[in-house]
Ligand binder design. Structure first.
Ligand code: AMP
Length: 419
């Protein structure tokens, strides 16, 4: 039986990875501009890191993790996201001891056992920023502006930035009680998941996709109306910074992150017209997370974006990533062993000078090699024929203009470097 890739995963072939590399290069360039350094953490971690760092009550931890026992009987989990790992690394590597804030980025595969559908995969790729050690509103604004900047540079249209404040341990408990008081009379009408959320974290009822829960939630009191003074000032300052930077945003008072360690700013960028999975990225402040996984209280803010969603958005807008990097030279040679050896030696020399080179590795005919050069869209061909070779020369042809000259073999590298 044919073995196929697991459901919800993708094979990215060179034509696609070339586009990914362009986006990755842009991301790394932005990180340099904004001063973020890359962190690479393990693809699997102790399961407890995620049950604490993502949250016992989240869908991710309750039903989406790839968890297994290793040969030593330890429970391990393929990372469903990278923030918990980045926090662990911040603590474990004592990054809190150096200059603050610490600004990190990551890029790589994440794993969630979700129902695969357009834009939703079991292995997908996230890029994200984590900014540790600053409680300033400017840190929130910086992270948001990074995301906004990126999508603009990718020419994605119809972006909608939605922001909210989810308060802090000072203002949330009273709000939580008010929310429970509001939802209590409707308990019988809420879906089973929301009845469970009612006790554990009623804010997450706003996240429910069910029509009836949404309708009931539409009239619920909003945390934005009862933020404590500190959270209120922080949120105002973030909005002022976004306005100063000409980044348009909408308030969405029902944008939530249900867990206690999320604080203050929450944001999401969506794009219209890419189907149900319209969220390009999401993030916010999580001043309680580092403490939750065993560190000392440290303010932190960050965001994560889905790489696949970038390409889905571009495709929906009939746009695509331009890739450069076509082939510089195709070397064509006759069958004679000495010709082939000379062609091989030239290929090595040219590659050593940064020129990309392809050649026929086997014994295909001259004509077949010509065809291959055309198919690969080589900018130049170098042709080793018996007569020219006898005179120490080879022909160099510019494929666009069709012009061809004969050059001493040792001069070819210099000629190509100049042109
Ligand atoms: P989250 O970590 O759930 O806040 O997700 C952050 C971003 O990652 C989302 O806005 C999506 O762009 C992307 N994302 C999350 N889950 C998936 C998935 N299963 N497949 C593809 N992209 C995803």
């Amino acid at each position: 039986m044919q073995i196929t890739r697991p459901r919800g995963t993708n094979d990215f072939l060179p034509e696609i990875t070339a586009k990914w590399q362009e986006v990755e290069a842009l991301l790394r360039c932005l990180c340099r501009e904004y001063g973020y350094g890359e962190i690479r953490t393990p693809l699997f971690e102790d399961t407890e890191l995620f049950s604490r760092g993502v949250g016992e009550t989240t869908d991710i931890v309750q039903k989406e993790m790839y968890t297994f026992a290793d040969h030593g009987g330890r429970s391990m989990t393929l990372r469903p996201e990278n923030t918990a790992s980045a926090c662990r690394a911040y603590i474990e590597n004592k990054l809190y001891g150096g200059v603050q804030p610490v600004k990190l980025y990551y890029l790589g595969p994440m794993f969630r056992y979700e129902k695969p559908q357009a834009g939703r995969f079991r292995q997908f790729h996230q890029f994200g920023l984590e900014l540790f050690g600053s409680a300033a509103p400017a840190a929130d604004a910086e992270v948001i502006s990074f995301a906004w900047d990126l999508y603009h540079r990718l020419h994605i249209k119809g972006l909608q930035l939605k922001i909210n404040s989810v308060g802090c341990p000072a203002c949330r408990p009273a709000y939580k009680t008010a929310l429970q008081d509001y939802f209590r009379p409707y308990l019988g009408e809420l879906c089973a998941t929301c009845r469970d959320r009612f006790e554990r974290n009623p804010l997450r009822i706003f996240d429910c996709k069910s029509e009836i829960c949404r309708r009931i939630g539409a009239e619920a009191p909003l945390l934005l109306d009862s933020l404590c003074p500190e959270c209120g000032e922080h949120f105002t300052a973030v909005q002022e910074l976004l306005t100063t930077a000409a980044i348009p945003f909408e308030l969405n008072p029902r944008l939530v992150r249900g867990l206690d360690y999320y604080t203050k700013t929450a944001f999401e960028i969506e794009v219209a017209g890419i189907g149900a999975q319209s969220a390009l990225c999401g993030g916010g402040r999580y001043d309680g997370l580092i403490e939750e996984i065993g560190g000392t209280p440290t303010p932190a803010v960050g965001f994560a974006l889905g790489m696949e969603r970038i390409f889905a958005a571009l495709a929906a807008q009939n746009d695509d990533i331009e890739t450069t990097g076509c082939l510089d030279v195709y070397i064509i040679s006759g069958m004679d062993k000495r010709l082939k050896q000379a062609a091989f030696a030239l290929a090595c020399r040219l590659r050593g000078s940064g020129i990309s080179v392809e050649m026929e590795l086997g014994d295909k005919s001259f004509k077949a090699q010509m065809k291959a050069a055309d198919r690969l869209q080589a900018a130049w061909t170098v042709i080793f024929g018996a007569n020219e070779f006898a005179a120490g020369q080879a022909a160099v042809r510019n494929m666009a203009s069709g012009e061809q000259i004969e050059l001493p073999i040792e001069d070819i590298r210099g000629y190509l470097m100049q042109h």
